[in-house]
Design a protein around this ligand. Sequence first.
Ligand code: ATR
Length: 307
Amino acid sequence: MDRRQAITGHTKIVGVIGSPINHSRSPQMHNAALSKAGLDFVYVPFHVSADAIDQAINGFKALKIIGINVTLPHKQSVIPYLTSISHEADLIGAVNTLTFLDNGIHGDNTDAPGFLRAMNENNIPIPIGKDVVVLGAGGSARAIVVALALADVNSITIVNRTVPKAITLAEELTKKISKQYVDIMSKDNVEKSVDVTFDTNITGMGFDDKQLPEAIVNCAMLVNTTSSGMDESQPLLINQEWLQSETIVYDIVYTPPITKLLKAAQEMGCTTIEGIGMLIHQGAIAFEQWTGVEPCVNTMKNALLIN
Ligand code: ATR
């Protein structure tokens, strides 16, 4: 039966808001997983312009919508409407998932745990206590730096074309995360005199920094968050020779699935991780929150690959 004929007054609604929204691949991914799980839910894309967020949120409440994914330009503007926010989303300063509850709205950022889960799925260890280089200093980089810092990596070097953005992001997250850490320790009644150390050293630099080759040669993991990998005519942002075979290379770009950086890394014998995993897992975590059911990630992946 056509899925649309199965929609009744019992069907629960989830979806995504953004502007633009036509390009979003979340509906195909979520609807496939909802069908597979036999859940009477439908996932709908909603075009909501920047100035209509207030009406949209009130409308969702009135319509008893279960949950909403949030994409540009609303990831920050939804925060004032929340009654609770996850630890990660608070640190990142951006929300990509809303869950409508009887007593309010909960905000989450599933990009951070989704990034780590995609590693787990591939049996690739999180580089706890090791050094990581992150290319880019935009919204995705923020989520990934928070995820890695909370996972206790030793250092994160943020490298960006616009250098001040990398430096500011490193300083801002260092301050926020170390403060948060102290807060958590105090709440657990740990004596305030305890030497609380926040171990992840986060720094920012440009692509022409003299220390970049050494940082990449010595890192356990290199993550690309810049959109430059989407355009195959663009040159590599780094020198292929800096990649060591022990280095994990993770590109969060998923079109094309194997980016120029991943190809270069594979030629050097590196373990590589494709961006589709993070896309799937950030969605899977939202799916679980809304439905209480773990989705079939293979179904999500097939839906993305087919369409
Ligand atoms: P996202 O939410 O996906 O992170 P974003 O916030 O727009 O998107 O960030 C895009 C990132 O890709 C930025 O770090 C951007 O660098 P600038 O801050 O200098 O703009 C980076 N980026 C985009 N195109 C790039 C290119 N051709 N070369 C290098 N970096 C690029």
